[in-house]
Ligand binder design. Structure first.
Ligand code: ATP
Ligand code: PMV
Length: 463
């Protein structure tokens, strides 16, 4: 009798997961290659299960189906074809039945990754791509829970007869209406989808996720696809941490992507493969894992504030200010960089008692950057909350991570149940008196990047 592992092998199943991120320090400056940022991977991961679609004998299907079963209306079907003049593989969303929102990040990733696959695997391009099914499963912390469920126990702490919350819960909304918590869903998704497609379609001799070379190819390809989907606005720290986990990150030169034709344009597939495989050493990003550490017994935790923030327009405004004030910017950015380096040093050298003394002035500098550029990087409401939160016993330091704004806060705190309880109580009281919703998420800072998962754990989802 075939066991689950045999079944998995028969359908060519593979599961890959990639972590979310928190840019603890280095927002804005990390967009400039002169500077770097301190980014931690998170324990919340996005998993992608890739498997073959088996068709009845004689039935020919050219379809890739991507599903995100935690959301309503989230099945995307794509046809695909090889474009003339080396334009690579182009996918087209197929509509059958009720119209489905498009998924720009998924569609763009398919165009880039499938084009790369047929370019590097000559055997594959001769035989074409077999139909495949891809399932996206995101850990629950990526999205806010509907309000009435906010206090329900999770499966590990279920009590009093309540049904436990499933590992991958249904959010009861479409993806468009879901409330993201700012953990970097698109970068984790693009990275795990890219890794799952490469692992599913390519033989280990051409792609092996467990090797340094495999990670390098994945990183370059996921960066290109994510940048394209995002409109080339990010530094790429989120994709870097999705692949490599926690690191000090210096970005690649933006000019790297300037000459790459778009999907479907003449010469796209060859240019993409050359850029990703990078024989010429063009990728000048730096990913320094050895500079990151955490003292034992210290955790990085995230608070979700039920409020939206527009990162893109914030970056635009800071850049307008930067362009108009080059001297002031150089000084401010150098000051911020010194604090980023110091924070990384204090954490990796396990100098727990000094964490607060480094994070406080970093917050002050970010607030000043916000005031000078007219951007709410640490708005008054966040300032008041973080000042009070820092007084809770066991909290070492706080910060509005990444671009800042209203929607998230990071807490460096003692990693024990008593501190967690005090912080939760503080946030509950703060929410009540300030008429907002702030909660401590389960997610923690973690060092590990992309990884293959045991398919057996996902056998519920196998065809
Ligand atoms: N679970 C999912 N299933 C399918 N697509 C997803 C999922 N999560 C994210 N995406 C894709 O990523 C897009 C969100 O990307 P966007 O750049 O707006 O967010 P982000 O900045 O990465 O997220 P965050 O706010 O978590 O940092 C969605 O529109 C969708 O295309
Ligand atoms: C402002 C910026 O430096 C950080 C944005 O971080 P986040 O998406 O707010 O976590 C942009 C970037 O580096 O891509």
């Amino acid at each position: 009798m075939a066991g689950p592992r045999d079944t998995a092998e028969r359908v060519g199943a593979v599961v890959v997961s990639a972590p979310g991120k928190v840019l603890l320090a280095g927002g804005y400056i990390v967009l400039d290659r002169k500077h770097s940022g301190l980014v931690f991977g998170l324990s919340a991961r996005i998993h992608v299960l890739a498997q073959e679609i088996r068709t009845s004998e004689g039935v020919h299907l050219s379809e890739i189906v991507v599903q995100s079963p935690q959301f309503l209306n989230a099945t995307w079907r794509y046809g695909y074809h090889l474009v003339a003049n080396g334009g690579g593989i182009k996918v087209t969303q197929l509509q059958s039945g009720a119209p489905v929102d498009s998924n720009h990040f998924v569609e763009t990733t398919l165009n880039y990754v499938l084009s790369y696959i047929v370019q590097v695997d000559k055997d594959r391009s001769a035989h074409g791509l077999k139909p495949a099914s891809l399932l996206i499963l995101a850990d629950n912390d990526y999205y806010s829970k509907p309000k009435q469920e906010a206090e329900r126990p999770s499966s590990s702490s279920s009590a009093g007869g309540e049904p436990p919350r499933p590992r991958f819960r249904h959010f009861g909304t479409t993806l468009r209406d879901a409330h993201k918590t700012g953990l970097g869903s698109s970068a984790a998704l693009v990275t795990s989808l890219t890794a799952a497609l490469l692992s599913h379609y390519l033989p280990p001799s051409l792609f092996d996720l467990t090797t340094q070379e495999g990670k390098r190819v994945l990183h370059n390809l996921a960066q290109v696809a994510h940048c394209s989907a995002q409109g080339k606005i990010g530094s790429g720290f989120d994709v870097a941490s999705a692949v490599y986990g926690s690191c000090v990150y210096r970005r690649f030169s933006p000019s790297l992507l300037a000459r790459l034709p778009g999907p479907g344009e003449a010469g796209f597939a060859a240019a993409l493969a050359a850029l990703v495989d990078d024989g010429g050493g063009l990728w000048d990003c730096e990913i320094r894992k050895e500079l990151v550490g955490l003292p034992p017994g210290v955790a990085i935790r995230m608070c979700d504030v039920d409020c939206g923030t527009q990162t893109v327009s914030m970056v635009k405004k800071v850049h307008e200010w930067r362009d108009a004030n080059p001297e002031a910017v150089a000084g401010a950015y150098q000051g911020l960089q010194a604090r980023v380096d110091e924070l990384a040093r204090v954490l990796r050298e396990q100098r727990t008692a000094e964490i607060g003394a480094v994070m406080r002035p970093f917050r002050d500098m970010m607030r000043k950057l916000g005031r000078d550029s007219g951007v709410p990087i640490e708005p008054d409401s966040q300032e008041a909350m973080l000042n009070a939160l820092e007084k809770v016993e066991g909290v070492y330091g706080t910060v509005v991570p990444g671009a800042g704004g209203y929607d998230a806060a990071a807490v460096v705190m003692r990693d024990d149940a008593e501190t967690e309880k005090r912080v939760r109580e503080f946030l509950r009281e703060w929410s009540r008196t300030n008429e907002i919703q702030v909660r401590l998420m389960k997610v923690k800072g973690e060092t590990e990047g992309v990884r293959k998962e045991d398919v057996d754990e996902f056998k519920l989802w196998l065809h």
